[in-house]
Design a protein around this ligand. Structure first.
Ligand code: WT7
Length: 651
């Protein structure tokens, strides 16, 4: 697929779209020339208690990084998500929920959602939660996860949602880091016909840390008997039933934290990125509507799990702020069979469908038959996010799922950016399969080449952003220094994304992937150092190095080079044990795909592992190692190459 395949915007689509090509040019230019004026106007999408007069106060200077938007405005986020829709939508569906079991579904109207949120907010207050307190949410994709998030923000508490596929160890670190006052979980999760022991994992997590939560709120999902600590543990159903159904919203200032979300970085410790209220809501509400060209009454389905930023911004906050009906699906696309997603689209008449390339690639393998069984004619716009989408998958998604008529909005952004950075707006931007296309309003991408020079015109480099945008994370919880060092020190005056990118002759951006020690597995970010410390904690392991390698379905897979302690033998059994060990210490998403034994790892004379070489070998590239003169023991590389050659020869 050549880079310059251009799929034009259909005239009928553009005619009805919120933003057509001319509007994109005009608004983009305005947002650069006059960011204050542009965002002051955008801020009208939100109901303020006291409208902001101070719009943008930001600095990316390395010695003074600060980011404030709408600083003197006050508001309550839950009122924007709920109360303001009641007058027109009270009895319309807010959530269409599909259980893992195809026989199970629920509809939650706006009135019901409002009632549930108010009750839980009051119940949390009764448990001692107040403004500025942290609440960790460890729930499957059930309506209660949305209730929990909105209940927190109604009373000014800060939610930290942790992916329910994370292990108890991963959960423990995240509860301790934010010193959560309350943990909200469920007895069990349901996934692909199996049960996840969430309460048991939560208990194990809480036992393993010095920090003590005051309470654990337990949603009864499966009804299975679970351990229960009287006094500390509370049944969600009991405390919400007993609670008053009216909870006055707390007036928050725009820069009060709304939520934190942990993500992997280049060190072993996950970063708790802090998102604040006003800027985040303005940017997410307006960008969601524009990138999916949402029309009132449409049904939106983002397949991401609630534990990721994709779900925070564009499954939950974006649609809910706009009063859209959202689909929540508890299960997996392959259970009971590979037509499950398509059957849900047909059943719920989904209009906007938003998923990740890894899922498309996996479902593509099954061919078109599972799709053809279902009527997908309700679809109007498709989205892709999380990793670069290869043109093959893009074209299949466009033709088979979208029937050739739905634009695909490939949106590029990050936990740190909070909202979209690069995207083709569906009524404005001709599509190039595989390109994240053009900057969103207010976004100024800059590419820096290897010499540290900004690239002009077409070229490649490290992707940075030259000025602030409202949904940007403000800091890392309790570690502002790390925030500054990670994102603002590499290219002074700029935010550094950690990604490499290309800009083509038409000004379209193509994301090449991470250039730091982060790998992207099925659209999920994993720090290689985090994986190495999990592997290294196994008693048989002396040392390890983890790199990503090209994987047909996952995009990147996890490749671990492992050196054992002298007294351990390199057996397949030990390999399986290490794989199980990593799954237990991080979660199934971190499962190593390949473990290769190594007598030693290639290091420079300072003892630093040369991952560049290991990445090449993992990709079966046994030559272009670049400069190898810094290697302390050059023969180590030959040995690793030899073993790799043998391993692929054997398969
Ligand atoms: C990393 C951020 C909100 C996105 C969900 C993941 C990669 C994200 C794209 C895209 C190519 C993408 C980048 C980025 N990424 N979207 N459309 N095309 N790459 O959020 O966990 O913070 O990961 O995902 O590498 O840095 P995240």
């Amino acid at each position: 697929m050549a880079d310059n395949t251009l799929i034009p915007v259909a005239a009928e689509f553009a005619a009805e779209a919120h933003i057509d090509a001319a509007a994109y040019e005009r608004l983009y230019q305005w947002s650069l020339d006059d960011p204050e004026g542009f965002w002051r106007e955008q801020a009208k999408a939100i109901d303020w208690i006291r409208p902001p007069t101070r719009i943008k106060e930001t600095s990316f200077a390395p010695d003074d990084v600060h980011i404030r938007w709408f600083a003197d405005g006050t508001l309550n986020a839950s009122v924007n998500c709920l109360d303001r829709h009641l007058a027109t939508k009270a009895d319309k569906p807010a959530i269409l929920w599909e259980g893992d079991d195809p026989g199970e579904s629920r509809t939650v109207t706006w009135r019901e959602l409002h009632d549930k949120v108010n009750r839980l907010a009051n119940a949390l207050k009764a448990l001692g939660v107040g403004k500025g307190d942290f609440v960790t949410v460890y729930l499957p994709v059930i309506p209660e996860v949305l209730v929990a998030m909105l209940a927190c923000i109604r009373i000014g508490a800060v939610h930290s949602v942790v992916f329910s596929g994370f292990s108890s160890e991963a959960l423990a670190g995240r509860v301790a880091d934010c010193r959560a006052k309350v943990l909200i979980t469920a007895d069990e999760g349901h996934r692909g016909g199996r049960r996840l022991p969430l309460k048991r994992q939560a208990d194990a997590a809480l036992e393993s840390i010095a920090h003590k939560v005051d309470h654990v709120v337990v949603v009864r999902r499966s009804g299975a008997p679970v351990p229960f600590t009287p006094g500390r543990d509370q049944w969600y159903e009991e405390i919400t039933e007993a609670a008053d159904p009216v909870c006055p919203p707390v007036e928050m200032s725009a820069e009060d934290p709304l939520f934190i979300l942990y993500t992997s970085g280049s060190t072993g410790k996950p970063k708790g990125l802090v998102h604040t209220t006003g800027g985040y809501l303005v940017h997410v509400a307006t960008s969601w509507k524009n990138i999916f060209d949402y029309k009132d009454g449409e049904v939106h389905w983002c397949t991401a799990d609630v534990g990721w930023v994709t779900a925070h911004s564009y499954k939950i906050y974006g649609p809910v702020l706009n009063g859209a009906t959202i689909v929540m699906f508890e299960g997996v696309p392959t259970w009971p069979d590979t037509s499950r997603w398509w059957s849900i689209i047909e059943k719920l008449k989904v209009n906007i469908f938003y998923t990740a390339p890894t899922a498309i690639r996996a479902l593509m393998r099954d061919g078109e038959a599972p799709v053809r069984k279902h009527d997908l004619s309700s679809l109007r716009v498709l989205g892709s996010v999380g990793e670069p989408i290869n043109p093959d998958a893009w074209l299949w998604y466009h033709r088979v799922i979208g029937g050739g008529r739905c634009p695909i909005v490939d949106n590029y952004w990050q936990t740190e950016t909070g909202a979209v950075m690069l995207v083709p707006l569906p009524g404005a931007t001709p599509l190039k399969p595989g390109a994240a296309a053009k900057p969103y309003f207010g976004i100024r991408p800059v590419l820096f080449d290897a010499a540290g020079q900004a690239v002009t015109g077409a070229g490649t480099g490290n992707l940075c952003f030259a000025d602030s945008w409202p949904a940007q994370a403000r800091t890392i919880l309790r570690d502002h220094q790390r925030f500054v060092q990670t994102y603002f020190a590499p290219y002074p005056g700029h935010f550094f994304s950690g990604d490499g990118a290309k800009r083509d002759e038409d000004g379209y951006y193509w994301i090449a992937g991470r250039v730091d020690d982060v790998i992207n597995v099925s659209g999920h970010r994993l720090g290689t150092v985090e994986l190495e410390s999990a592997i290294g904690s196994h008693p048989a392991v002396a040392e390890s190095a983890v790199v990503g390698f090209p994987h047909e379905i996952k995009g990147q897979g996890v490749f671990a080079y492992v050196t054992l302690k002298a007294e351990f033998a390199e057996t397949d059994l030990l390999r399986q044990e290490i794989v199980a060990w990593v799954r237990k210490s991080i979660g199934p998403i971190a499962t190593p795909d390949v473990i290769q034994w190594a007598h030693a790892l290639p290091k420079n004379r300072a003892g630093k592992i040369l991952r560049r070489i290991l990445t090449k070998i993992a990709a079966n590239d046994f030559e272009n190692f670049g400069d190898v003169t810094t290697l302390a023991e050059p023969e180590v590389v030959g040995d690793i190459v030899e073993r790799r050659r043998q391993a692929i020869g054997r398969r």
